[in-house]
Design a protein around this ligand. Structure first.
Ligand code: BGC
Length: 452
C-alpha cells in the first residue's frame, strides 16, 4: 500500500514562538524582573537571569530555526527596553530589534511581532500599570514609535499576547505581578488592554495600511462534566464566556460586554483584527458546584485517565484544537496558531503531541478553516514565569548554565514536517506508532492484515 501523506497548504507558515522576557535575559527594567527577586514568587526560587541570552545571541537560534526548515518566527518586543523611562526612547534597543528582524528576514523567517507579552516597564507600573485608562494613550504612543521605526520589516503584528490570561493571573489569581486578587480589577485591566488594542490597530494601519494586525488570544476548551446536565452546561458556559468570548466580542463587534462594561461601544475596536491568533494548550471539564461561588459555581478538573503533561500543566487534548478551529472559523478571519505546545522535559510526549495536534489542524483546514500558519511554543526552553525553569517547552533543550542547545527528537520531527509541508505515514511510524491508527487508519489496518 502507498505511503499516506497529510499535506498542508502551499505557503503555509511554520515557526515557533518566543517572548522577550522569557528569552532575552537581563530585562532588569520591568515588573517581572522585580517580582522574581522577591522570595516565594517563582518556583524553586528561580530567576530569568540571562534566560536564553537572546539579547546577545538570538541569531544563533534563528540559525537553528532555519536549519529546522521553519519559514517564520513569532517574537515579542520589550517595552521596558524600547522606552526605558516615560517618553524616552532607547535608540540602541530599537537598533538591536532592527538587527534581529533583519536577521530573521535574511534567514527566510517571516517575523510576527507581539508588542506586549505580559511584562511592563517599571515607570508604567508606578503610574498604575493597566489599572486605569491612562495606559491607553501611552501604549498607543509606544506602538506608533515601534511601527515608525520597524514597520518596514514587519507585516504581521499580534499586538497583545493573551490579555485574558494576563488580567486573570496578575489581578485575580495573585500569582503574577502585581499579585492582586480582585476580580473586578481584572475586568478593568482586560478592558483597558482591549481599548489599547483598538488604538494600536488603528495606529499601525495609519502607518502601514497593508499590515496584518491581530492578537494572540488564549482560548481554552471548557466541557460540561455531564453534557445532559443543565447546571454543568451553565458552569462550563460561564468560563467560556469570560475567558474566551469577551475578547472576541470586543475585537469583532467593538463592544465591551458585561462584566467588562455595560455593553460599551468602542468604534476603534469594531472589526479590529485582520487575523485571529489562537494560543491553544488544553481543556477543563467543569461540573456545577454550589460550594464554589468564587469560581462561578464550577469545579474544573481533568478527566480520569487523561494524558497529562509535566508538572500537572494540563491535559493533552488534540481534539480541542480541531473543535476550536471549527468554532473560530465563524469570525471570518484568517487564523494563525500563535502558540501550541506542552512542557515535556524528557520529550516522551512531544512527538506524539505534535503529530496529533497538527493532524487536528490539518483536518480543520481540509474542512475549509483558513489556518495560515502554526507557531509551536517554543523554539528553545525558556523562563516559564511563576514556574521558572521547572517546565521545559522547547523543541530545543537548553542547558541554562552553559547555554548549550540540544535538538530534541520532537525538534527533529518538526523539522521533517516543516521541510515536507506534510505529515507522512513514515514519520508517524518512526516517532509515535501508537497513533498510526488514529492518523492513518487505512494504512494501519493494511499493516495489521499483512502481518496476519
Ligand atoms: C504564554 C507563554 C507561556 C506559555 C506556556 C502562554 O500562555 O503566552 O508566555 O510560556 O503559555 O505556559
Amino acid at each position: 500500500m502507498e505511503q499516506a501523506t497529510m499535506r498542508f497548504p502551499q505557503g503555509f507558515l511554520w515557526g515557533a514562538a518566543t517572548s522577550s522576557h522569557q528569552v532575552e535575559g537581563n530585562n532588569t527594567n520591568n515588573d517581572w524582573w522585580e517580582w522574581e527577586q522577591q522570595p516565594g514568587h517563582i518556583l524553586d526560587g528561580h530567576r530569568s537571569g540571562l534566560a536564553c541570552d537572546w539579547w546577545n545571541r538570538a541569531e544563533q537560534d534563528f540559525d537553528l530555526a532555519r536549519e529546522m526548515g521553519q519559514n517564520a518566527h513569532r517574537l515579542s518586543l520589550e517595552w521596558s527596553r524600547i522606552e526605558p523611562r516615560e517618553g524616552e526612547w532607547d535608540d540602541d534597543a530599537i537598533a538591536r530589534y532592527r538587527q534581529m528582524l533583519v536577521g530573521l528576514r535574511q534567514r527566510g523567517l517571516e517575523p510576527m511581532v507581539t508588542l506586549h507579552h505580559f511584562t511592563n516597564p517599571l515607570w508604567l507600573v508606578e503610574k498604575g500599570g493597566w489599572e486605569t485608562e491612562t495606559v491607553v494613550p501611552l501604549f498607543e504612543r509606544y506602538v506608533t514609535r515601534v511601527a515608525e521605526e520597524l514597520g518596514d520589516l514587519v507585516e504581521l503584528w499580534s499586538v497583545l499576547n493573551e490579555p485574558n490570561v494576563y488580567a486573570i493571573l496578575s489581578y485575580a489569581g495573585g500569582r503574577w505581578p502585581p499579585g492582586k486578587q480582585n476580580l473586578l480589577l481584572a475586568f478593568k485591566v482586560l478592558s483597558n488592554m482591549l481599548l489599547a488594542h483598538g488604538r494600536a490597530y488603528q495606529a499601525i494601519h495609519r502607518l502601514q495600511p497593508r499590515a496584518k494586525v491581530g492578537i494572540a488570544h488564549a482560548v481554552r476548551v471548557f466541557n460540561p462534566a455531564r453534557p445532559d446536565s443543565r447546571l454543568d452546561r451553565l458552569a462550563a458556559w460561564i468560563p467560556d464566556y469570560i475567558f474566551n468570548r469577551l475578547v472576541l466580542t470586543a475585537l469583532t463587534e467593538g463592544v465591551l460586554a458585561f462584566p467588562l462594561a455595560l455593553n460599551r461601544r468602542v468604534p476603534d475596536l469594531v472589526d479590529s483584527i485582520d487575523f485571529l491568533g489562537l494560543n491553544y494548550y488544553s481543556r477543563d471539564v467543569v461540573a456545577f458546584d454550589v460550594s464554589r461561588p468564587g469560581e462561578f459555581f464550577g469545579r474544573r478538573f481533568y478527566p480520569e485517565g487523561a494524558e497529562m503533561s509535566d508538572g500537572g500543566y494540563g491535559e493533552v487534548y488534540p481534539e480541542g484544537l480541531y473543535r476550536l478551529l471549527k468554532r473560530l472559523a465563524a469570525c471570518g478571519k484568517p487564523i494563525y496558531i500563535t502558540e501550541n505546545g506542552l512542557p515535556d522535559e524528557d520529550d516522551d510526549q512531544r512527538p506524539r503531541f505534535l503529530l496529533t495536534h497538527l493532524a487536528a489542524m490539518q483536518r480543520a483546514i481540509e474542512e475549509g478553516v483558513p489556518v495560515q500558519g502554526y507557531f509551536h511554543w517554543s523554539l528553545v526552553d525558556n523562563f516559564e514565569w511563576a514556574e521558572g525553569w521547572t517546565l521545559r517547552f522547547g523543541l530545543i533543550a537548553l542547558n541554562v548554565e552553559t547555554q548549550e542547545r540540544t535538538l530534541r527528537p520532537s525538534g527533529q520531527l518538526y523539522k521533517e514536517i516543516c521541510q515536507a509541508n506534510a505529515i507522512t505515514q513514515h514519520m508517524v511510524e518512526r516517532y509515535a506508532p501508537e497513533v498510526l491508527d488514529k492518523l492513518f487508519p487505512a494504512q494501519a489496518r493494511a499493516g495489521r492484515q499483512s502481518i496476519a
